[in-house]
Design a protein around this ligand. Structure first.
Ligand code: ASP
Ligand code: MG
Length: 410
């Protein structure tokens, strides 16, 4: 029997009316003869509100308490969805992350899933129920509640789908699928029918709206993930392993597939770092310990025995990162620490970029043509990313979308 895991994001369950609509959708899937597990996020901006409340009563809320508080958002939505399902005559039960068997480590606020024990979910499914699970949360081996990081209900859903060996994981959200660029920036952006895990992973890490860890997990367990709108009935995007790279408009293989963008990027430069083994490690280790993720790193050629090291962090981590790096710079006898905010990343992603020169120069030439200065560059086998001033992000995305032939084919 088909087993479908559906995830509904915060905007899809934002109020009672939407919760009723979601329940109807879940019920329809079940009527088509599938076993259904629904994973829900907290209603609307509940998580932000709870976070705000915590900050009002405490400057530094204790992470363990904060996680219990935040986990309540998803409990509200999962119980309401289950109640609605029963009201329309469908047998359903809600489960917290803990009850659903999501086991995690104890890194509050960004816990990692250690395993999913699907026994309880399976028992409920076997008895003919729809199971509605609270996303975003789990439980440690000492029975403490944890949360998995912002936006991590996607991850809960994929983990449960992997654990159940589900037919697929469907993510219902406020966008119609995965686009070739952010449609708010690039009006000619197109929805992709299919995309491979690797491309999606690069896109998710570089700005497309999906939680990167959930894609990673889907790739490891080979869970097909379908992303679609919970409001419209249009076809969404299928993320999976074997992609023929042909989307509905006859996309040919080996082309750039998308231009993801990401705002809220900041950079830090440490001047005059002595050019000696171990010094880079001493800059980045304390950041890792503080769970600050560093992205693009550039080290200048050494002049007179010292180099400058520049790297990007998310704007939200800038202040904390600066405090740490200032300390380190003193300890290792480096020079000034400089920083800049208001940066953005624009990338070109596509498996076809592998082993084909020309993509980088086209990208740089296009940005130059639009009068946009490149501050930093990074590449993977299937991606080129430029850091630019945030003010130019829309211009950059539009110019690149056109230059790489991604504009709508009319
Ligand atoms: N409610 C959580 C958040 O807002 C988890 C999620 O939406 O996926 O981050
Ligand atoms: Mg949310």
């Amino acid at each position: 029997m088909r087993c479908i895991v559906q995830k509904y994001g915060g905007s899809s369950v934002a109020d009672a009316k939407r919760i009723k609509q979601v329940a109807t959708r879940i019920a329809e899937t079940a009527k088509n003869g599938s076993r259904v597990v629904a994973v829900v996020s907290a209603m609307g901006d509940t998580t932000d509100r709870l976070m705000g409340l915590a900050r009002e009563v405490s400057d530094g809320p204790e992470p363990r308490e904060l996680d219990v508080l935040l986990s309540t958002g998803e409990l509200v939505s999962c119980t309401l969805v289950a109640m609605r399902l029963r009201t329309i005559g469908i047998d359903a039960i809600s489960l917290s992350g803990a009850q659903a068997g999501i086991r995690t480590d104890n890194r509050y606020g960004k816990a990692r899933i250690a395993g999913v024990d699907t026994k309880r979910i399976s028992t409920e499914l076997d008895s003919g129920k729809i199971v509605v699970v609270a996303g975003f949360q789990g439980i440690t081996e000492h029975h403490d509640i944890t949360t998995l990081g912002r936006g991590a209900s996607d991850l809960s859903a994929v983990a449960i789908a992997a654990g159940l060996n589900a037919t697929r994981c469907e993510i219902y959200t406020d966008v119609e699928g995965i686009f070739t660029a952010n449609p708010n920036f690039v009006p000619s952006a197109r929805k992709l029918d299919h995309i491979g895990y690797e491309e999606m992973l690069e896109m998710a890490s570089y700005g497309a709206k999906m939680q990167p860890r959930s894609i990673e997990l889907a790739m490891v367990y080979n869970v097909p993930v379908y992303v679609a709108s919970s409001f419209a009935s249009s076809t969404g995007t299928m993320i999976h392993g074997e992609v023929d790279s042909m989307d509905s408009v006859g996309e040919i293989r080996n082309k750039a597939r998308s231009v993801p963008t990401e705002s809220n990027v900041a950079k830090i430069t440490v001047r005059d770092v002595v050019d000696r083994p171990g010094l880079s490690a001493s800059i980045f280790e304390p950041l890792t310990d503080a769970d600050i993720s560093v992205d693009i790193i550039v080290q200048n050629a050494s002049v007179g025995g010292t180099t400058d090291v520049t790297f990007t962090v998310g704007s939200e981590d800038l202040q904390q990162a600066l405090n740490i790096v200032n300390d380190t710079a003193k300890k290792i006898g480096a020079g000034e620490v400089l920083s800049a905010d208001n940066l953005a990343k624009v990338s070109v992603v596509g498996t076809g970029m592998q082993n084909s020169p020309g993509y980088a120069s086209t990208m740089f030439r296009t940005l130059a043509g639009a009068g946009i200065n490149i501050e930093m560059i990074s590449t993977s086998e299937i991606r080129i990313t430029c850091v630019i001033e945030a003010a130019f992000i829309e211009d950059a995305a539009r110019a690149l979308h056109k230059a790489f032939d991604l504009d709508e084919i009319s």
